[in-house]
Design a protein around this ligand. Sequence first.
Ligand SMILES: [Zn+2]
Length: 422
Amino acid sequence: MTEATALLQLAKFSLGVGDRFAHQAKAQLQACAKAATLGVTVIPVWNKSNREHNIVHSEPASVRTAADAAVRALEWKHPYYVDADHINLGTVDRFLDSSDFFTIDVADAIGRRSECVEPFASKHPELVGQLRIAGLSEPLAISRQRVVEIAAKYLSAAEEAGRIYRHIAQSRGSRPFVTEVSMDETDAPQTPVELLVILAALADEKIPIQTIAPKFTGRFNKGVDYVGDVAGFESEFSADLAVVAHAIAQYRLPANLKLSVHSGSDKFSIYASIRRALRKSGAGVHVKTAGTSWLEELIGLAEAGGEALRLAKEVYAQAYAHREALCEPYAAVIDIRQGRLPAPAEVQSWTSGQYTGALRHDQANPLYNPDVRQLLHVGYKVAASMGERYSKMLAECEEPISRNVTENLFERHLCPLFLAER
Ligand SMILES: [Zn+2]
């Protein structure tokens, strides 16, 4: 690790935030500011992926500008970052100047052939046998054959991460940054044993990795709750924490290395599991929640009524009309039951209360409709195509929108994750 990269140290708790149109940074930061006054510092990391930039035709510098302005306005005294989310060698360059956090996405390299599988297994006899790891009740039993199998699947991804990391480090020169490696956008979740082998391989690449985003078991659909075995998730998450702590010591990885939970917004049923596991282990976490804020914009518009409610309905109507194309890039991370989507003509007749009831993530409300929520989640392209008309309305309805953005992040995310039962 170079001295420069050591300078930027991501704190224990951090929250990935963001919105499609760069209007909500202040309202998002307000949620972190509220948590800070209650004694818990959660560092905001504004993230936006290349895919989002392409869909709404924005540039990475706009995220930096919005984040800087929010920090100035609220006089935020703690660190904050701008994350080049899910970048690869082909897309990273336009983020190099404005980002100081890079999420290196190597999911596509999983399963690719690597020349170095056998040498890797020979270099790592410590991975073989009965591994006693603090925090795990049973030792991990790993054969050399298993190490070879895991390396055959993941080594090329670690090598690719190394190439991308070195490209960023070289281009940024003395400007420090935080490095995350993500493998979440793939079919099969990674087990704790696989995570250990992956961390050994990333250490071999000399990547000063501060956050790692594995794919966890269960469905992490966009904007809606976790679907899966909650108890199973809790034991997997705890085992991952134990493996990360072990890898930090074993492979001299940065001491603050922590797990990153992608599509982490709205996963209400696993927040208590995450909170308990963090308390027990003393570990930190990064939780990405960017998508949820765009839905709060729509809720704020609907709440405002009149012209703004009509616009929110128009977004739904167009999203419904173009649902196939909008869902296509997100197919792996949404589960929409078409039959549960109301026809646009029906939505036309909705009051503010009916629209916000359907969209707001309150599972106790009988009006709540997770299918509407997921469709609108991927429907931001519709708002982007409205251009000025949409952004003007955002400015006009700033009060109800920012109130909903802040409340959503604070009450439904920061509180259950970090503040409950203190
Ligand atoms: Zn992700």
